[in-house]
Ligand binder design. Sequence first.
Ligand code: XIL
Length: 406
Amino acid sequence: MIRRPLIAIVAFPFLISSAWSQAATRIRDAADAIGLNFGLATSANQVRDTTSTYAVDAKTQYNFAVCENDMKFDNTEGPIGTFKYTGGDGLSAFCVANKMKMRGHNFIWHSQSNTASGAVHDRTSGLTVMRNHITAVGGHFKDKILEWDVLNETQSAGTSSFWYKGIGADYTDSALAIARSVIGTSGYLYSNDYGADGVNSKSTAILTQAKKWQSSKVPIDGIGFQCHLGHGINKADISANIKRFGDIGLRVSLTEIDITQATTADWTALVGACVENWNCTSFVTWGLTDASSWIGSTCGCLLYNGNPPTPKNDMISAVLAALAAADPAVAAKRKAFIAIPPGSLGPNIDQVLQRPLAHRSAEVLFGASSVRIFSTPNGNAIDALGRNRALIPVSSNLPGLGILPQ
Ligand code: XIL
């Protein structure tokens, strides 16, 4: 009777400190615990000095990274046919050293792609430029990248993109098919866009497009929502949007997050919207510190400010708390979901989870019976993967008409 209160007095402070030591103090540990990639956009240059405050913050808090610019078309191919990978290789080395996974951003975009736009004149040249770029850059990085933005802002650009004008409306299908053929099942293929973060007409159009891709067997694994947002995050709206893509078996990544003049409540809401959905696999801030944000150094939009970066401890604590509050059952389902290899995702999640090894390859997609052929002005044909296919003419008077050799 006398000893019990004594034990309680001695043990109580110890138990408190033990409980605290179990709660993650680094964002990346809290994210790992629930199967979430928590990333930042950065560059090899910014992390070159691995002892800098910036690099230490990046590797301490994040388990995921993306090149903010270095893997874009102009930064990897210029002039056409000449490739350089130094920026991506540099960040990849940092990520490997610090056990961080990577996104690849991006293959096909209307912006920062001047070398491409100068070389795309028509369908044939467009498919050739597309195919050569994805083959080279995708081939170089494929073992290093978990999620690829094969398409960037294509829903936003609509018919105004030079890719659309050169190749036609199905250029997005071709990019995804080429990417699958190059990358195989080493990376998840994404379409990434802005202004579609909640339920609205743009995200509904993306959902319709995604269903079309699925029904026509164009390979798509995930949708990226950029999340360039402002104060006043609507958690329910963003969560409902993520969920409806999960309903058709797709991953969702929040890919370029900045929340202008964010409060702690905004970070709590956005992290919450992601973690309450098993198909929300990745949460990426578009930069480490406001000081180097593309929005401007006074944006109040990231988790650090200044350079060297100073942590915004209240925002970071809000993120940690929201990650720690995640429902363990949802986290368990996310962990099962992310174990499904790329190329396996389909319209019905229950079926998806039951057929984890059913890969789709480009050869299957565009095998003998389903090769889609486009004729070119010189009478040759080019398939959906951009390959030249010589036709056997059916009549010497009709050079554009023919059948494919088997
Ligand atoms: C931005 C970069 O942050 C800037 O440094 C660059 O000058 C322009 O591009 N949508 C995207 C990103 O998909 O690639 C853009 O990144 C921001 C908008």
